[in-house]
Design a protein around this ligand. Sequence first.
Ligand code: FDA
Length: 394
Amino acid sequence: MTEKCNVLILGAGAAGMMCAIRAGQRGRSVIILDHAKAPGEKIRISGGGRCNFTNVHAAPKNYLSNNPHFAKSALARYTPRDFIVLVEKHRIAFHEKTLGQLFCDDSAKDIIRMLLAEMQAVGAKLKLQTDITLVEAIPTGGFRVSTSADVIEADSLVLATGGKSIPKMGATGFAYRIAEQFGLGIIETRPGLVPLTLEPTQLEKLSALSGIAVPAEISHGKTSFNEALLFTHRGLSGPSILQISSYWREGDEVRLKMEPDLDILGHLKAAKKTNGRQSPQTALGEILPKRLAQHVVERAGVTGNLGDMSDKTLSTLTAAVQEWSIKPSGSEGYRTAEVTLGGVDTTDLDSKSMQAKTIPGLYFIGECVDVTGWLGGYNFQWAWASGHAAGESV
Ligand code: FDA
């Protein structure tokens, strides 16, 4: 049996559902397909179950892409405020956690329920547990998609199947394959917002620190993030590391400045003056986690009490806290990455509508496009904005 509709959306994630809503509001008949059992699974697990659904500061500078200008149009036409209005309409309570990051007070499922209610209101039809077997262009116009259940023909086809991160949840490289099938370019994909790993010898040296979290400024080239750093049994994690991982390339070093807002040298000098018999471990342990203070003193290779130490030695100790240079051996990969960098080449897409420039009616939105946000609600904002842009055009 062949079913017909105006708009067929592949992928019922954040971007696909937003596109379905907007297209439906414009009077289009919409079918949205997904191979998963439930829609919006990544929304459900996001933000520790509370979904960091946007960031009030979202701006083009918070996104990585081969073409940094591409995201501007969609982000300007569907803003964090627009999404907040929708959240407020559905009376979903939320709060700002930090740095402009908005989270649900209760559960990420509230966001999924909201999107499903909006889809239902415009008559968008959701088909789950449906495998796509063939996608083809109809020579006279439109697209035909064969699935495990039936055949669907549509005037517009929207690819919203996300990236490769968390394959255990059903992530596939499907959108990239379809882009290639239609002759669109792909910017090499790699895991982003991902913990970085260390080689065994480095790891052994840092093993005593596993589990410790400290504020840190992490830098790669001219890019820096000032958020928490977490030492793990595999290497380095925490928001600052996830952020820098999107910029880091294999073989590169990253610079770590722990407790960037503390005057470590000033603290050591003051401690030397008031209590010269104090050990550097004890003095540093007053402002750093004890295990880290111990490690820093060993790392600096200094011995004796503060009273015996020259200002130069105190500077060496300070550097052992605030001037680390470390070469990660790799990342934890797509298994734990929150996003996929790279993807469908934006030079082949129209930035206003997300439509393929050479294939009228074919659209790519969300994570499968070569636009990747920072950690902190930016990726959902891209999903909403790009989904909305396509929904306006289909
Ligand atoms: P998304 O991955 O959401 O949806 C794609 C859909 O396509 C899925 O439903 C999938 O089942 C379906 N699909 C895939 N292949 C298919 C195929 N071959 N056939 C049929 N269907 C197929 N971002 C943020 O802004 N704030 C946050 O708090 C978080 N937190 C977070 C936590 C974790 C653990 C992860 C992994 C990621 C985040 N993110 C995030 C990132 C965010 O989840 C991501 O950027 C968006 O979900 C991307 O939305 P899309 O709609 O593009 O893809």
